[in-house]
Design a protein around this ligand. Structure first.
Ligand code: PLP
Length: 395
């Protein structure tokens, strides 16, 4: 066993080496809003690292709403939601989220991470079973561990394997299937129609994490149910206020009883301060913008097609991406870093994703397309990737 101090020392050495070799891409300082073009440490880049898919993080309506909220409510609430921390804005946001997600009610948490951790652990316990996709987000895994429930993972989007696990565990009383709508590292979409069928067959509930799906999937950005045209097939709808919605926080949307239960039982809500009014107002204004400016969804899809198709044509492997998350699978760590260096040096702001954040030997550069990228931005990025691909020998 390696001692803690040894572990930290080894990591420090690794970090130092990466920086010395010019192979460290993280926590660079961004000097302005998260737009399609960003200034990073004094230099302008085309931004392919932002989760702000619709490009509304500096939308004037949203910024104004946040400023007004500070004027009216101050910078913080001074309490947890159950006690002194619920303002009119908090109520309005939860009502709006419920309406947008076409359910009765919603609850907000201080982050998406906390929303998963806190809801999963208060909905299941040691007698229950949770079944999840192998590629589910870390916050879902942590939620499962905190709950103490048994949990099994099925092979990525493999419905046969999901059924096998459900069949084997059909005697559990509470069965919960938890899946990412859009897989955050791969950009593909969960097979919700078949997950629902299997859930019905085996008496399980379905919880879907729409962190990368809200504002991305569906004609009007409502998410995975709209994408498959199967409204009402998700029992527990989780999402974040920090990706397409340019704020911070997480939510669970569902029926009234579920939400009331979470509001009084889930510890991340009960024992943690409420979201600051400015963040709540920004999220609320963002939902209004998303209802009005529907052109953004079509533009995002058009940009995504153009970018993904362009990469495939030059020989890159973008996995099974169908969304604005467009990974470029390289595999080997050194070549991934070399390509990342090249494209960053040439004006694309993007980060490599390395093991252990993803399975071994599936190192990749993960791109995020925005509705506000111009055709020129996309073509320029493709050109840089083309040259980078030649350099590291793609094809
Ligand atoms: C980002 C993300 C989260 C966490 O959301 P935060 O609001 O950033 O804490 C949860 N699940 C998935 C799938 C995510 O991509």
């Amino acid at each position: 066993m390696i001692e803690r101090s040894e572990k930290i020392k080894l990591f420090s050495q690794r970090l130092k080496n990466a920086k010395k070799a010019n192979r460290y891409f993280y926590m660079r300082e961004i000097q302005g809003p998260s737009r399609a073009k960003v200034i990073v440490e004094g230099k302008e880049y085309i931004n392919f690292a932002s989760y702000s898919y619709l490009g509304i993080s500096d939308h004037p309506d949203i910024m104004q709403a946040a400023k007004n909220a500070i004027d009216k409510y101050g910078s913080a609430t001074g309490g947890v939601r159950l006690l002194a921390g619920t303002t009119t804005l908090h109520k309005k946001l939860e009502e709006k989220l419920a309406e947008f997600k076409k359910v009765e009610a919603a609850i907000t948490y201080s982050s998406g991470y906390v929303a998963n951790l806190s809801s999963i652990s208060s909905l299941t316990s040691t007698k229950d079973i949770i079944v999840m996709d192998k590629l589910d987000h870390a916050s879902i895994i942590d939620g499962c561990m905190l709950s103490g429930a048994h949990f099994r993972t099925y092979k990525h989007n493999n419905m046969k394997h999901l059924e096998k696990i459900l069949e084997k565990n059909k005697d559990y009383n509470i069965k919960l299937i938890i899946v990412d709508a859009v897989f955050s590292m791969d950009g593909d979409i969960a097979d919700l129609p078949n997950i629902r069928k299997l859930a019905d067959k085996y008496g399980a509930d379905v919880m879907i994490d729409e962190a990368h799906a809200l504002g991305v999937l569906g004609e009007t950005g409502r998410g995975i149910e709209e994408h498959f045209n199967i409204d009402g097939s998700v029992d527990i709808k989780m999402g974040t206020l920090s990706k397409t919605i340019p704020s911070v926080g997480g939510y669970i949307a569902g029926n009234k009883d579920l939400i009331n239960y979470l509001k009084h039982i889930s510890r991340g809500f009960v024992f943690s301060a409420s979201l600051p009014p400015s963040s709540v107002a920004a999220a609320l204004a963002a939902l209004n913008v998303m209802e009005k400016e529907t052109w953004r969804y079509e533009k995002l899809r058009e940009n995504t097609r153009l970018f993904n198709q362009g990469l495939i044509e030059m020989g890159y492997n973008t996995m099974n991406s169908e969304t604005a998350v467009v990974p470029i699978l390289i595999g080997d760590e050194e070549r991934t870093l070399e390509l990342a260096r090249f494209v960053n040096d040439n004006g694309i702001y993007v980060c490599p994703i390395l093991y252990p954040a993803i399975p071994k030997n599936t190192n990749r550069i993960r791109n995020h397309v925005m509705a506000t990228h111009s055709i020129k931005d996309i073509n320029k990025a493709l050109d840089i990737y083309y040259k980078g691909g030649k350099k590291i020998g793609i094809k």
